[in-house]
Design a protein around this ligand. Sequence first.
Ligand SMILES: Cc1cc2nc3c(=O)[nH]c(=O)nc-3n(C[C@H](O)[C@H](O)[C@H](O)COP(=O)(O)OP(=O)(O)OC[C@H]3O[C@@H](n4cnc5c(N)ncnc54)[C@H](O)[C@@H]3O)c2cc1C
Length: 305
Amino acid sequence: MSDSLSNKVDVIIIGGGPAGMSAALVLGRARRHVLVIDEALPRNRVTHESHGFLTRDGIAPAEFRQIAREQISAYPSVSFVQETVTDVTGTDGHFEVKASSGTTYQGAKIIFATGMKDAPLEVKGLQDVYGKSAFVCPYCDGWEMQDRPTAIIAGDHALHLARTLSGWTSDLIVFTDGSPRPDEEVEQLSSRGITIYDAKIREILSEDGQTHAILLEDGTEVPRTSIFFAPKLISGSDLPQKMGCTMTEFGAMQVDEMGRSNISGVFGTGDSASRMYQIAAAVSSGSLVGVVINSEFLEQDWENR
Ligand SMILES: Cc1cc2nc3c(=O)[nH]c(=O)nc-3n(C[C@H](O)[C@H](O)[C@H](O)COP(=O)(O)OP(=O)(O)OC[C@H]3O[C@@H](n4cnc5c(N)ncnc54)[C@H](O)[C@@H]3O)c2cc1C
């Protein structure tokens, strides 16, 4: 712990996903006292396999977290608690964090690594297949779904998603779920052989998480075995906003290239401060924030030496 600080940890990390744990690893190795508070509800918990992170391709998200926890536990100045943070107050050097249990924690710096959340899925049956045969990110799950008859349910993102998915399958159908796309978009899609259904979706038909067909309100049943969709995302926590952190139009914290928010001593990392929703990006930004915070402590300690 920094000499200038006593009876409290150097850094409280709110959120123990890839971003928060990456920051904890860097700070633990730098001998900082760190508390990771995590309610353990990551956005990718619906999926069984996580892809694209070097050395961990195909790993179960829970196992990824478990390995992270085991490795960080080698650094005795890092502690973990599982609970929900309900309030953060204070100023740089003197933050107070309240948790749902009523416990209060104190830290000199705060890192929000609280991720993003999906708004409740409105299409009936979509939750049953989410993470099994319905996905949100072609780079994460496109390989597994390659060459399948694929449904795109993506509103304003339909054209972008169709263009991206065309690298994995040529059998694409767009479902607008009752909100037709502009003529120019329809033209771009249909000129590439992509059919568009405008009727409302009544239900996704599936068994054991495997999609069979999209059933439309007009009774049409369109066989599909894979779905890519664009869920509405909301911030993983409203605490940064409540504290006065500037937020982007996408519900993320506005941070500079070092992860600093507009509030001194408050940092954002991972999905909660980015639009690159990938584990590699979250780990990278967590590591960066860890280094930036440790450098601030070193500078302060150096001046006081
Ligand atoms: C279905 C699906 C599949 C995916 N597949 C892949 C993949 O294959 N490869 C890939 O690279 N990426 C994948 N992703 C994206 C990846 O999961 C995220 O980019 C990554 O988890 C972001 O890490 P994070 O640490 O920022 O947030 P998260 O992993 O979401 O962790 C945030 C943590 O903060 C906690 N938290 C939030 N608020 C509070 C609070 N108030 N108090 C305490 N704790 C709190 C949450 O409970 C959670 O544990 C997938 C996402 C989804 C939805």
